[in-house]
Design a protein around this ligand. Structure first.
Ligand code: MG
Length: 423
């Protein structure tokens, strides 16, 4: 048995507000898609991952996982997208696939294992299910009718299939005109277990997981963020060795502001980075990391607003792992820490103090780079530059300093209500 994870991530997130598709939106500082990839990396049976993506985001998945990931472009429907993923899995020498919706980032290793174990026992198709707790109504008549709940279960993913067996049996029934659902319905099947059913194969069920939330609506997103913030689910891949205070701070609903300051000496022979932007200049900032005083000031402003100490405590110069690191990486990690604590960044304002170089041409680039590192809109970032009229270390051209303020606020249920009332 050679198992591929086929990750269905080509959906358009049409039921979620916001410009970014949900698979690349940050949850706990990590794109939704990558949650599953980190989990998959802990399942030794996986031979490879086939990620079915909308066109254009293939090159955006930057991964630190030890598993080959092949990207294919999705089709118009989930069925079409998954079909392409399964074809790719076959081409990659896999005979078995676990198909999983990227919109379910919290599916754990144990759930993947339960599905793989049943395939190992000879099942052709496996589906995890959880009980239905709501009373179900049918609304297509004049007045609602109640569907008896007995025998009803909700299907989750990952669903496991023997690829060729399920595709062949399904195609034999569906015929050459393409996908047909059960009883001649023109709708293509919405999951892999349905394909096996239509093909007349036995489908085995395993116990699903009630924490295996599917993010469809804005409210689901809010629940997912709360689960991360409360530590109900563990954010994968983040450095857990960072020294952080206990989660005991409750920020006011309107948020809290923080201030940060940093200064570094200009020296020959090193590149100059400000806010992650490389600025052409014969001298750069001396420092243990890349000396980026702008990113350091912003980091301290964010940490200050959230009462999380300072950058020197989190990333001590005595720790060799921080040597030569890009300071925007620190910012990304701090954003992840804030998200985990249920906090989001409302605004950042920076003043760069430098006699040279002239920063006017770079202010916009720095603003965009900071917004990118902080995963916020550029409208929430402001960058200004000033000189000190020839006075002090910055005035003599011996160094560059930066001053930053930031406002950090708890995710607010009101903003969720506003966005859902627009629907
Ligand atoms: Mg510094």
């Amino acid at each position: 048995m050679r198992v591929a994870l086929v990750l269905a991530a080509a959906g358009e997130s049409s039921r979620l507000t916001g410009a970014e598709p949900k698979q690349s939106r940050l949850l706990g500082g990590i794109p939704v898609l990558e949650w599953t990839l980190h989990t998959a990396a802990s399942v030794p049976e996986f031979h490879c991952v086939v990620a079915v993506l909308p066109s254009g985001i293939e090159d955006k998945i930057a991964l630190g996982i030890d598993l080959p990931v092949h990207a294919v472009t999705g089709g118009c429907t989930r069925y079409e997208s998954v079909r392409r993923g399964l074809d790719e899995a076959l081409r990659r020498g896999c005979d078995t696939a676990l198909v999983h919706d990227a919109a379910r980032p919290f599916a754990g290793v144990q759930l993947f294992r339960r599905v793989i174990d049943e395939l190992g026992r000879g099942a052709a198709a496996v589906v995890p299910v959880v009980p239905v707790s709501d009373t179900i109504k049918r609304l297509d008549g004049a007045s609602p009718t109640t569907i008896p709940r007995e025998g009803l279960w909700r299907a989750q993913t990952p669903q496991g299939i023997l690829i060729e067996k399920v595709l062949e049996s399904y195609d034999a029934v569906a015929g050459p005109e393409g996908p047909r659902g059960r009883q001649g319905s023109p709708e293509p099947p919405t999951d892999e277990a349905a394909m096996a059913e239509i093909g007349g194969l036995d489908v085995v069920t395993v116990e699903g997981d009630l924490l295996n939330l599917k993010i469809t609506y804005d409210e689901d997103w809010a629940v997912a963020e709360a689960m991360v913030a409360q530590g109900i689910v563990q954010t994968p891949g983040r450095d857990r060795s960072l020294p952080l205070p206990e989660r005991n701070l409750v920020l006011p609903v309107g948020g809290a502001s923080g201030v940060g300051f940093d200064a570094h000496r200009l020296v020959e022979g090193v590149p100059l980075f400000l806010g992650g932007v490389r600025i052409p200049h014969p001298r750069g900032l001396h420092g243990h990391s890349d000396g980026d005083a702008v990113s350091h000031a912003v980091a301290d402003a964010l940490l200050g607003a959230a009462h999380l100490g300072d950058i020197g405590t989190l990333y001590p110069a005595s720790d060799d792992r921080n040597r030569g690191r890009q300071s925007t990486e620190f910012l990304r990690e701090i954003v992840a820490i804030l998200h985990e604590r249920g906090l989001s960044i409302s605004s950042v304002d920076v003043t760069v103090i430098a006699e040279e170089p002239r920063l006017e041409p770079y202010k916009e680039a720095i603003r965009r780079a900071l917004a990118g590192a902080l995963s916020i809109d550029t409208s929430e970032v402001s960058v200004k530059a000033t000189t000190t009229d020839g006075l002090g270390i910055t005035g003599s051209g011996g160094g560059i300093a930066a001053l930053a303020t930031a406002v950090v606020a708890p995710y607010h249920i009101e903003s969720l209500r506003q966005s859902s009332s627009k629907r």
